[in-house]
Design a binder for this molecule. Structure first.
Ligand code: PBG
Ligand code: ZN
Length: 334
């Protein structure tokens, strides 16, 4: 109570009473430069194939990428992450490390269209193998052979770096992947290329639409032997500790919206490492579907979720809403 006994001294509403004072004391800010837009690049020519489970997203062939890059950079987005759908899939996923592979063909085209655009490349094998798993299958165990896969991940990373990738982002959840990739990049002269590790990646149902977009659903079994159990949070700290020791420059938590507690703990434990969060395809699709049904104000809902992911501790966000959010930010600043 105040001195005169009528009002409490602390009135939080003093700092909420108008937009200017709210802006003055706001703790978390969104900026288009914090968004990374995923792009799906498909073999073929003249292709702009809509992805049914992800309205507004397309599989692009390399020859049509330029128009999309143009619209991305005009919105102020500074980074993209690439996923490839090759013409040929095989047990080893050889397109992933071929000099004329789908990603190796796309990067120079992107760099020519927008030299300053940061190109992150996802390093994994599920889009390239015919069985859809994230590495080579052990002949007897019917499961991914961790250590054989490491050598292939290293080859893929070097090949993408040679094509011009700025950041290497291994997502395959293999033990030792960061060390194998760091070592190979250094050997090949790419000491300056940072590694963004998908350090904390859960075996989540939130990747469903992505698997349709990237045509990489596992043909047998699931990913629970290599991705994290959704029930675990302490284990996330172990994953990060190992990846940091192996040389990771940046960490990631994936998914994001449903793992804010994990984002918060990772950031508090390792405040000095930049932290990414992946707002995944399923999280995108849920909001998109609710918005299409008229059940949610899309703009308010999406900005709330992206703000919450940043507030929890993520420095930047990989999101399928990057273009829309950038456009909304632009409109509100005018
Ligand atoms: C490849 C990869 C996946 C995603 C990013 N990289 C699929 C998976 O692990 O199954 C998922 C992204 C999303 O759902 O948006 N390993
Ligand atoms: Zn994978």
């Amino acid at each position: 109570m105040s001195q005169n006994g009528r009002f409490p001294n602390t009135r939080l509403r003093r700092l909420r009473q108008n937009a200017h004072v709210r802006a003055l004391v706001r703790e978390t800010h969104l900026h288009a430069g914090q968004f990374v837009l995923p792009l799906f690049i498909r073999h073929g020519q003249g292709v702009k194939q809509p992805i049914a489970s992800m309205p507004g997203h397309f599989q692009w062939s390399v020859d049509r990428l330029e128009e999309e890059i143009q619209s991305i950079t005009e919105l102020g987005i500074r980074s993209v992450i690439l996923f490839g759908i090759p013409a040929q899939k095989d047990p080893l996923g050889q397109d992933a490390y071929a000099d004329d592979g789908i990603i190796q063909s796309a990067i120079p085209v992107i760099k020519k269209a927008a030299p300053q655009l940061l190109v992150l490349s996802d390093i994994c094998f599920c889009e390239y193998t015919d069985h859809g798993h994230c590495g080579v299958i052990h002949p007897h165990h019917h499961d991914v052979d961790n250590d054989k896969t490491l050598a292939l991940l290293a080859k893929q990373a070097v090949s993408h770096a040679r094509a011009g990738a700025d950041v290497i982002a291994p997502s395959g959840s293999m033990d030792g992947m960061v060390q194998a990739i760091r070592h190979a990049l250094d050997e090949a002269g790419f000491q300056a290329i940072p590694v963004l590790s998908y350090a904390v990646k859960y075996a989540s149902a939130m990747y469903g639409p992505f698997r349709q977009a990237a045509e990489g659903a596992p043909q047998f079994g699931d990913r629970q032997t290599y991705q994290m159990d959704v029930a675990n949070a302490n284990e996330a700290i172990r994953e990060c500790a190992l990846d940091i020791a192996e040389g990771a420059d940046m960490l990631m938590v994936k998914p994001a919206h449903t793992y804010l507690d994990v984002i918060c703990r990772v950031k508090q434990t390792y405040p000095a490492l930049p932290l990414a969060a992946y707002h995944t395809s399923g999280e995108f699709a849920m909001m998109k579907a609710a918005a299409e049904k008229g059940w949610m104000d899309e703009r308010k809902g999406v900005m709330e979720v992206l703000t919450a992911i940043r507030r929890a501790g993520a420095d930047f966000i990989i999101t399928y809403y990057a273009k829309e959010a950038a456009a909304w930010l632009k409109a509100s600043s005018m």
